[in-house]
Write a new protein. Structure first.
Length: 692
């Protein structure tokens, strides 16, 4: 209550994730007894909604507030989101998987609906009227027969703690009565961000704070042999800390810390894996693997016999960095036996648990606060910088700020995993797909569903045997719509190859082999939006098509590109995307997310690739790792299908999954060059044209 500053507290039945969604509790954790929404109504009528989710540019600071406003029947401006603070917010598994709206949202709505019911019962007593005779508008409860008989939420709470346990759960608001949800709202954090007032972790300052730099190995295959930090220790104001192989320098001036780091002399031993960015796919296929059949229906041999055309393809997807503009940052302060860490992470509660475990502290003695996060895309699900800052703060006895350099960011990042996909598929004389034999090596199965109507299907996933040597030379992890990009690229290019072999227009071929009504609707909608006409544009211009499913959302893309067959340069002229995401809470926010996905997907498709030799990352900055610029963006058109009567689904990732495929298919349409490896650089386009 000290932290919340009073207000009304609603306690809820102790349900967990598994009760409502069939999801397992994470690492023995479940939602607290106060349910997965914790809200406070202050004396001024401001509604504070507490969530363990974090705002990293996806816009949930706005859309969740819209949902809360409609359930409580208060103005949108009266809702304040308090996010990612482990002392204030209920436990949360982390912000990823486009789960905030589709999983946290229903809990928050249920909590708000129950809070509204509690307030109505309190008003009933105060006004001496039955609840059935009361209504709520803009946070005011009034008599439906005489509006002068009214009381506000603020008057009912008066800053006092009100505990009430409800056995009977009220229904959430009917979508037809939404005043806020479904309407476009500008980002509530927009002014803060464009004026520079928004605070990210690196912007915070504490009295006595020092900046830290940590000695990093030159390669993931390197181990510290000897270290001499006497030169750094002799610098005025520099403090050198060491624990095991971790060596750090601290100084109140960041530049001085950088200078001290240069003075450290270290020797390493090396045990490099004999693989690089050119040989990684052959390396994977030769690795000691175990196979798991993920799904199977029909009989592959029967499918082969029914097919008049059999096509076998192999697709390669490289390691890709998250390349968020904000590097991993953390500020840690250890005072009075309590560790407080401000950190850019997607998992504040995961960091809290890890700090408590590694530093032998009780969880309540660790507070993690997540300010605005400057991009995550899955890469900030890991929180190494938070652990390092906490360890150094306790050792130094003073607040420590740790901001990774861009070089560290590219070296220590967890990358989108490289992978290989092999597909053997067949069609009959009518152009119907009869065979689909899908083999996935070292990439996850998200997005590997066949989607199309195929009677004889098998999907096999290959991973390294438990006792076998590691395959990836460095850490891999979630990268926006993890692995779905890999699988959608392979599937949709293969579908395009099959359409061309059958002599059927790629849109007609897809519609001919689809029974999924949502996908059919998306394809037809994007074709109308794009103004699709069968055939190539000519003069090196072509049109591609691709579809995908992610986070409960269906997407269909069309793209027009221009290919210079002399240089291999690809120019994306325009992209259209149609999306079925159920109820769209904030159309403006969802549109921005779709545009962001498409933009990020352009880098994945055309330029981004981690170059490495063994464990040494060769491109550790934006001078050699090329992300899309505004000047290179095509015309982007988006369409969100009207599905207000359906449950809301994820919108932060789906529109990226088919970008690689839609551009690859457009390149083929424009030039006849078929690309099987990402990214599709000019050199690879020329190779595909036979000019490499």
């Amino acid at each position: 209550m000290k932290l919340l500053g009073g207000g009304i507290i609603i306690f809820f039945r102790p349900w967990g994730l598994s009760d409502l969604f069939g999801l397992p509790a994470e690492q023995g954790k479940s939602l607290p007894k106060d349910y997965n929404a914790f809200l406070s109504i202050g004396v001024d009528g401001t509604v504070s909604c507490f969530t363990g989710k974090v705002e990293m540019g996806q816009g949930i600071i706005t859309s969740l507030a819209q949902m809360m406003a409609d359930e409580l029947n208060v103005p949108f401006e009266k809702v304040k989101m308090v996010m990612g603070d482990t002392d204030l917010c209920p436990w949360d598994q982390g912000t990823w998987g486009s789960l905030s709206t589709r999983v946290f949202g229903p809990y928050m709505r249920a909590a708000a609906a129950e809070a509204r019911a509690v307030l109505l019962s309190l008003a009933s007593v105060q006004l001496g009227l039955p609840v059935s005779q009361l209504e709520v508008n803009a946070g005011i409860i009034s008599d439906t027969l005489d509006a002068s008989h009214s009381v506000s939420y603020a008057q009912l709470t008066q800053g006092k703690k009100i505990e009430k346990y409800l056995d009977i759960k009220p229904s959430v608001e009917d979508y037809t009565r939404f005043a806020c949800v479904g309407k476009s709202h500008k980002r509530s954090d927009a002014i803060l961000k464009v004026t520079g007032e928004a605070k990210y972790t690196g912007d915070f300052r504490l009295p006595g704070m020092v900046f830290a730099r940590i000695l990093r190995p030159p390669s993931h295959g390197a181990r510290l042999k000897t270290v001499d930090y006497s030169g750094a220790a002799q610098m005025e104001g520099v403090q050198v800390l060491r624990e095991g192989d971790m060596v750090a320098v601290l100084h109140e001036n960041r530049d001085k810390a950088d200078q001290a780091m240069v003075k450290i002399k270290a020797e390493y031993t090396f045990n490099e894996m004999p693989v690089n960015d050119k040989t990684i796919f052959e390396w994977m296929l030769k690795a000691d693997t175990e196979a798991e059949v993920l799904r199977q229906s029909g009989d592959l041999e029967a499918g082969r016999k029914l097919s008049v055309k059999i096509i076998e393809s192999e697709f390669h997807d490289p390691y890709v960095a998250h390349a968020a503009i904000e590097t991993h940052s953390a500020l840690a302060c250890f005072e009075g036996g309590k560790m407080t860490v401000w950190v850019s992470t997607q998992s504040p509660f995961g960091l809290q648990d890890s700090i408590a475990r590694d530093l032998d502290l009780k969880p309540e003695k660790v507070r993690v606060i997540t300010p605005f996060v400057g991009g995550g895309f899955g890469g900030k699900g890991a929180f190494r910088q938070g652990m390092e800052a906490a360890q150094l703060a306790r050792m130094a006895g003073k607040p420590v700020m740790l901001v990774w350099t861009r070089d560290e960011e590219f070296f220590l990042d967890t990358f989108h995993p490289a992978g290989v996909v092999k597909i053997r598929s067949g069609t009959d004389a009518a152009g119907l797909i009869k065979l689909w034999d899908y083999h996935l090596y070292f990439a996850g199965p998200r997005g590997s569903e066949t989607i199309y109507n195929v009677p004889h299907v098998r999907t096999t996933v290959y991973s390294r045997k438990k006792a076998a040597a590691a395959v990836h030379p460095f850490a891999t992890g979630a990268w926006r719509a993890p692995n779905n990009n890999t699988n959608t690229f392979a599937r949709e290019v293969q579908i395009d190859i099959m359409a061309a072999a059958a002599g059927i227009d790629p849109l007609e071929f897809r519609l001919k082999n689809l029974k999924d009504e949502k996908m059919i609707a998306c394809l037809q909608a994007v074709a109308r939006k794009f103004g699709y006409v069968t055939g190539t544009k000519g003069q090196g211009r072509g049109v591609g098509i691709a579809v995908g499913i992610d986070a409960g959302t269906w997407v269909a893309h069309m793209a027009e590109v221009k290919v210079d067959t002399l240089t291999g340069q690809v120019q994306v002229l325009r992209i259209a995307c149609a999306q079925d995401m159920g109820l769209c809470v904030n159309p403006e926010g969802a549109t921005i997310q779709m545009e962001g996905c498409i933009t990020m997907g352009l880098g994945y498709a055309l330029t981004e690739e981690v170059l490495f030799e063994g464990g040494d990352i060769l491109n550790r900055g934006f001078d050699r790792y090329d992300i899309p610029r505004f000047s290179s963006l095509p015309e982007i058109e988006t369409l969100i299908l009207d599905r207000q009567d359906k449950a809301p689904q994820g919108g932060g990732e789906p529109a990226i999954v088919a970008i690689g495929a839609v551009i690859a298919n457009a390149i083929y349409s424009a030039s006849g060059a078929r690309l099987y490896r990402m990214p599709m650089t000019p050199e690879r386009v020329l190779q595909a044209l036979g000019k490499g």
